[in-house]
Design a protein around this ligand. Structure first.
Ligand code: F6P
Length: 467
């Protein structure tokens, strides 16, 4: 049987609990089934970065950690992946910076990952590369393992063609993507954007069933919206540890209706915009003062990058400003937690919250939105207010969908959510939960891998010249 080799920038956390029900659990299950290998970076700096990856046996699969030097982390991860690709792919042309030297390091690190995989894999193995850090791994790997089955999944958005074209070396990177047999995206919108880039900028073609051709290569593209394990998450939300956390939230909230926001501190997540919408609600609806509180968890992220430091300061200031303006001795409008929290505590917060306010300005999927739904009490569920710019909005159409740039409309949606009758909440929640159960993380993983098998068969049976 062919083994599965997963390749991602970060290796999964060593604590199994840290990602219960999430992507890591689903991939680990697939790795165990085939005795596979997870290749990635541990997130640290190595002084012996030229030495080959260290392989450690885990339960039923291996983990191979690629070592990166300080200069590699600076050029590949901080600069090119997170100050160039990340802002461009999230429509922030005002923030992106292209640096030739960093791009070269990105390519070399991608080659390093590819070398590590080539050493560990055989031609029979299926190789599944993840996310924007590793776009070019396919190109380098294809040279060494021409017959391998190569799949790639883009976790973040693929922007409109014109935006992507602003990226120097966009053509080279898009051609690198065509080195994979299957390229998976979160939404149809992302696939359409990618196809538009291929046809308008690379003179490529898009055939039926997602078959694409450009740069002298062919591949299959498709939509694979990532899910969660809703039942596993619901169990965590109802667990006793979560119940303790829930009691603390209730104490802190002083019986006010809780609105929850949870994410990494990232400018794509729309945290200042959300705070302004909440401020608007309080300003224009004095009766809600003392009655609703926003609990915002924003775990520090990529703090070596100046844009993230600036955002963190802005969010701090805004929370202080709103609390200073509206707060009273016995009511705090915004409870702002700027630290990572355990999965149980977050699940408890979702369950205690009448509203999940998830309003990214741009987001590949946003699993927090899905987790919020899964954590609800079926007898008395909360309401999800979701940005229409989150990939999840394409599936979760029974949420209250908002444009997060529209402060007044977001505040109105909050009002609708607060006042929504219980029967309507139950009805909407049921629909949302059906969507989550119909496409959970295990289906996602199976669908992608089956599509990879089919893509390889299809591409090898009818290559371009014969098609
Ligand atoms: O969703 C994009 C992503 O980069 C993931 O790959 C990653 O797990 C997450 O954001 C956290 O980011 P980082 O690895 O930069 O801390």
């Amino acid at each position: 049987m062919s083994r599965l080799i997963v390749v991602s920038n970060r290796l999964p956390s060593l604590e199994a609990q840290a990602s219960a029900g999430g992507l890591a659990i689903a991939l680990k299950q697939a790795l165990r089934e085939t005795g596979g290998i997870w290749v990635g970076w541990r997130g640290d700096l190595s002084e012996d970065a030229e030495t080959p990856p260290e392989t450690i046996a885990r339960e039923g699969y291996d983990v191979a950690s690629v070592k990166l030097s300080e200069a590699e982390v600076a050029g590949y991860y901080l600069e090119f992946a997170n100050r160039c690709l990340w802002p461009i792919q999230h429509l922030r042309l005002d923030l992106f910076r292209f640096d030739d030297a960093a791009y070269e390091i990105y390519r070399r690190v991608n080659e390093k990952f590819a070398d590590a995989v080539a050493e560990l894999a055989t031609d029979e193995d299926r190789i599944w590369v993840h996310d924007y850090h590793l776009i070019s791994v396919g190109r380098f790997l294809r040279r060494k393992r021409p017959a391998s089955q190569l799949g790639y999944f883009v976790h973040i958005p693929f922007p409109p063609a014109e935006v992507f074209s602003a990226l120097p070396r966009a053509e080279e990177l898009a051609c690198d993507l065509l080195s994979y047999d299957l390229i998976g995206f979160q939404t149809q919108n992302c696939v359409d954007n990618f196809h538009a880039y291929l046809t308008h900028y690379l003179g490529g073609t898009v055939g039926p069933d997602g078959r694409i051709a450009a740069c002298g290569r062919e591949a299959i593209s498709g939509v694979f919206p990532i899910g969660i394990d809703p039942m596993a998450f619901a169990e965590i939300a109802a667990s006793s540890v979560a119940t303790d956390a829930l009691r603390q939230i209730e104490l802190g909230a002083h019986r006010t209706a809780v609105i929850a926001g949870v994410e990494r501190m990232d400018y794509t997540k729309g945290i200042p915009e959300r705070f302004r919408a909440f401020q608007h609600l309080l300003q224009h609806n004095p009766s809600y003062r003392g009655e609703v509180s926003l609990f915002q968890v924003a775990a520090p992220s990529r703090m070596d990058i100046p844009e993230y430091q600036a955002l963190s300061e802005e969010v701090d200031e805004l929370a202080g400003h709103i609390n200073g303006r509206f707060g009273t001795f016995d009511w705090t409008p915004i409870h702002f937690i700027n630290r990572p929290m355990s999965q149980q505590a977050v699940a408890a917060l979702y369950r205690a919250s009448k509203i999940g306010l998830i309003t990214p300005l741009s987001d590949g999927m946003n699993l927090v939105a899905k987790e919020y739904v899964a954590a609800q009490d079926p007898e008395d569920p909360g309401v999800l207010v979701l940005s229409r710019f989150a990939g999840a909005a394409a599936e979760l159409t029974d949420a209250l969908l908002v444009n997060p740039h529209d402060t007044a409309a977001t505040a109105d949606a909050l009002k609708t959510a607060i006042d929504m009758p219980k029967e309507t909440r139950i009805e909407r929640w049921r629909q949302l939960m059906d969507v989550l159960q119909g496409n959970d993380i295990h289906n996602w993983q199976q669908k992608f891998l089956s599509a990879l098998d089919a893509a390889c068969q299809d591409l090898r049976q009818t290559p371009m010249d014969a098609a």
